[in-house]
Design a protein around this ligand. Structure first.
Ligand code: NAP
Length: 332
């Protein structure tokens, strides 16, 4: 199977599709780590991990098993492993600690990409309800974010990680980072699916040679209840997506993934089911969508943000729109 490949700003290659591993609130972590093994055997090479997903030690067992098995053709250098520093580990001391813990858990000597998971230094407990306001929650403050970023740069300079990146950023936040950083982010992980295309942020990233990695590429049909609001739609049920899928004899999920790869982002769909893992991989290796279909899919965008991050609200930001700088200026 010929899988797509993209390139990062220094020319390094990155697989054009990856596997998401945030399933800890729906599946036993061992189910997720078994899916990682199945996925690698099938041909997935990019695995999107995070400390907060609570399954890095089990995924580490799998990575160790794969890389140590001399009969398995997959070597460490064939894999592209991503991890992320969680909101409770920002700042001068904790970024290093968090990265070395992820390396230990994942049983790796280096990460291919290390990401600041959210731009907010705060904490929320597992299963927090949507209206949860954590007294420890902290707003985004550029100077504080830069303290975290400086540590990310050190990790890169010291060789613990090959690339550093951001996630859940907005254009105003990225503008400030780009102005003050020594090392530019190689990638920005952001919500991207046909009903939430974020064209301005997407174009901004591409102009700066920051690769967009698209999370929830299928519209996260089984995302945590706490992130849902009644007006949420699942993009896989969109008429345009389903009619294109019918024309090609595909599943709507496969159309979402073809669209993502052809648009220029790296989708990281999550699944623990063998059939779906394979169908997602086959989608991006098969016949592409036509230019007309790609144009038609642009019309599906309804600015429908699914992952609102409302559990990170603090007293000064009572509305989830504040987190995304939608209500006005950058939140401080
Ligand atoms: N940086 C961030 O802040 C952030 C935020 C959210 C997500 N992420 C990353 O992005 C990854 C993916 O996002 P996500 O899990 O929210 O959403 P998603 O990948 O859009 O959706 C995952 C769900 O879609 C279902 N699915 C997968 N393939 C399918 C297919 N071919 N046909 C039908 N259904 C299919 C899966 O069902 P089953 O459960 O039945 O397998 C799974 O529950 C996460 O796992 C995580 O790694 C990052």
């Amino acid at each position: 199977m010929q899988l797509p490949v993209k390139h990062l700003r220094n020319g390094d290659s990155i697989p054009g599709i990856g596997l998401g591993t945030f399933g800890s609130d729906r599946y036993d972590p061992r189910t997720v780590s078994s899916a990682v093994r199945q996925a690698i055997d099938m041909g997935y090479r990019l695995i999107d991990c995070a400390a907060v997903y609570g399954n890095e030690p089990l995924i580490g067992e799998i990575l160790d098993e794969v890389c140590r098995d001399s009969t398995n053709p997959v070597r460490r250098s064939d894999l592209f492993i991503v991890s992320k520093v969680w909101n409770d580990s920002h700042g001068k001391r904790d970024v290093y600690r968090s990265c070395t813990q992820s390396l230990k858990d994942l049983r790796l000597e280096y990460l291919d990409l290390y990401i600041v998971h959210w731009p907010f230094p705060n904490y929320h407990p597992k299963g927090a309800p949507p209206d949860y306001h954590n007294p420890d929650a902290k707003p985004y403050i550029h100077e504080r974010f830069m303290e975290t970023w400086r540590q990310m740069e050190r990790l890169r300079q010291a060789g613990f990680v090959r690339h550093i990146g951001t996630s859940n950023m907005t254009i105003p936040k990225l503008e400030k980072l780009v102005q003050d950083c020594v090392i530019m982010p190689s990638a920005n992980e952001m919500e991207l699916h046909p009903t939430f295309q974020q064209p301005e942020l997407f174009d901004y990233c591409r102009e700066l040679n920051i690769l967009p990695i698209g999370y929830s590429p299928l519209g996260s049909p089984s995302r945590p209840q706490r992130d849902k609001t009644p007006d949420d739609l699942v993009d896989m049920e969109q008429d345009v997506v389903t009619s294109i899928a019918k024309n090609h004899g595909l599943h709507p999920a496969q159309v979402c993934l073809k669209w993502a790869v052809q648009r220029g982002q790296v989708p990281i769909p999550f699944s623990v089911k063998e059939k779906q893992l394979l169908s997602n991989l086959e989608a991006v290796s098969g016949e592409p969508l036509s230019d007309q279909e790609m144009e038609k899919l642009k019309e599906v965008d309804s600015d429908n943000r699914l992952i609102k991050g409302q559990v990170f609200l603090w007293d000064g930001a009572k509305d989830w729109r504040d987190l995304w700088d939608i209500n006005g200026q950058i939140t401080t």
